[in-house]
Design a protein around this ligand. Structure first.
Ligand SMILES: [Zn+2]
Length: 189
């Protein structure tokens, strides 16, 4: 290869990297499943110091009436009745600060900011989760089977898992924004 050809190759590679990074696929630190595991194990480094995170095993069970008092009507519809918010309506779509996304029903941390990516769907999307925080089941609400997932601590419905996410997990955890609250690592919520 000529020197000129090599330089051109480097330029193209640089441009490609710049473009793919702007497209917000998986962040560069997660090249393989080992990187994903590290990200899952290190989730507490994204937690604000003042935030007392509950455990998935500390079950929160409330009556329908108590949930209605605790949640906004929009959050109640999603978390307790498996509703779906309108695409593009959640302010969390544009949340890019460092921190943790917790269940809006019970404060259980479920994702870190490092697990989020821009899927272009209009719902906050994640390629993996904090381990052990969700349970899932198959639902048939749209005739075709879909994998629904819900919070292990309070049972609140969050969204659906699809298989068109970025590598290396290939997962898209499509989450209703209203089912989440963002806790920035530093600064105000
Ligand atoms: Zn919950």
């Amino acid at each position: 290869m000529t020197r000129r050809g090599m330089l051109q190759g480097l330029l193209v590679a640089g441009l490609w990297n710049a473009l793919t990074e702007r497209g917000q696929a998986a962040p560069p630190q997660v090249k393989d499943m080992k990187g994903i595991q590290q990200m899952q194990n290190n989730w507490k480094t994204y937690l604000a110091e003042s935030f007392k995170a509950p455990l998935p095993s500390e079950a929160l069970k409330l009556s329908k009436d108590d949930w209605r008092k605790r949640l906004s009507p929009a959050a109640y519809s999603v978390l307790r009745e498996e509703g779906t918010e309108r695409a593009g309506t959640s302010p969390l779509n544009n949340e890019k600060r460092e921190g943790v996304f917790a269940c809006a029903g019970c404060d259980l941390p479920v994702f870190t900011s490092a697990m989020k990516y821009e899927s272009g769907t209009g719902w906050p999307s994640f390629f993996t989760t904090i381990p052990g925080v969700f349970e899932s089941k198959t639902d048939y609400l749209l005739f075709l089977p879909r994998t629904e997932y819900h919070c292990k601590r309070c049972g609140g419905h969050h969204g659906h898992i699809f298989e068109d996410g970025p590598q290396p997990t290939g997962q898209r955890w499509c989450n209703n924004g209203v089912a989440l609250k963002f806790i920035p690592k530093t600064g105000k919520a």
